[in-house]
Design a protein around this ligand. Structure first.
Ligand code: NAI
Ligand SMILES: O=C(O)C1=N[C@H](C(=O)O)C[C@H](O)C1
Length: 248
């Protein structure tokens, strides 16, 4: 398969290294901030992988969709535009897969947290909160992974109704708010933790990324899957669609 990468940063370089370790796949082009990106930029590619920044992804999206090449998006920070992006993908008859985290380990962690949140839902003695840690060069907060975890907790736990990313200065948190906190620290690749507390218990469910290979390898595999999907059923896909098919 032929890949075109948009974004030559930490993740773009890791994705390129993984693809170029194989013999059957190659990177046709790596497009960064200085590239004049148009649909023609993607000619001859089987899949695009985007690891850039929020504004860049949104600015480059029309050209990527018009190219007709399926797009794997790892860039986070654009949750507020999710509905608009979904509509653009549908209108273009294109294929796009978004995941805030392509690591298999993180997605196993996320599904574990969702199950824990579900189990404590009917027991009022248990409260839950979420935290994330990342390197100091991360541009967005909370992390896309933390926001996805929070969505999953709200889906599973009827006592939590909303996400609180910034603590109010002079008022207390409400029991139906799910606090999501963020630490920016050194070169941390990504640590996500669900904190569950009762009068008798502290339950901590945590995932720590030991490098970026889990993220990058997952994105490359998602690209192979999406290329096949696109030929049969173009559309907007998530990591859950990919995992549900993989896990059977
Ligand atoms: N889904 C996942 O598994 C993961 C997602 N991420 C997300 O991926 C994104 C990128 O992360 P990093 O690679 O660490 O960031 P980075 O800052 O190292 O790389 C971003 C790259 O995008 C380039 N860029 C900026 N504007 C551009 C434009 N208009 N066109 C093309 N390229 C442009 C920058 O020059 C830079 O090379 C972030 O949103 C991060 O949250 C990061 C790791 C895993
Ligand atoms: O910026 C990063 O580094 C990461 N960002 C993603 C996110 O926002 O969840 C995924 C991973 O945690 C690393």
């Amino acid at each position: 398969m032929h890949y075109t990468l948009v974004g030559n940063g930490r993740m773009g370089q890791q994705v390129r290294a993984i693809i170029e370790e194989t013999e059957e796949h190659d990177v046709r082009a790596v497009l960064d901030v200085d590239a004049d990106i148009s649909p023609a930029s993607f000619e001859g590619s089987d899949v695009i992988i985007d690891f850039t920044v929020r504004d860049a992804f949104l600015a480059n999206l029309p050209a990527m969709l018009e190219s007709g090449v399926p797009v794997v998006v790892g860039t986070t920070g654009w949750d507020a535009e999710m509905d608009s992006v979904r509509a653009k993908v549908k209108d273009a008859g294109a294929s796009l897969m978004y995941s805030a985290n392509f690591s298999l380990g993180v997605n196993i962690f996320l599904r574990t947290v969702r199950e824990a949140a579900r189990m404590i839902s009917s027991f009022e003695q248990f409260d839950i909160a979420f935290s994330e840690e990342h390197h100091t060069q991360k541009a967005d907060y909370p992390s896309g992974t933390a926001l996805r975890a929070a969505e999953m907790i709200l889906e599973a736990n009827e006592r939590k109704k909303s996400i609180l990313a910034d603590l109010p200065k002079d008022s207390k948190i409400s029991p139906d708010q799910l606090q999501v906190s963020a630490i920016r620290l050194g070169s941390v690749f990504g640590k996500h933790t669900a904190h569950i507390n009762s009068e008798f218990d502290d339950i901590v469910i945590s995932h720590t990324a030991r490098n970026r290979q889990g993220f990058a390898g997952g994105a490359v595999e998602a690209g192979k899957w999406l290329a096949g999907k696109h030929s049969r059923q173009p559309g907007f896909y998530t990591m859950d669609d990919f995992l549900d098919e993989m896990l059977g």
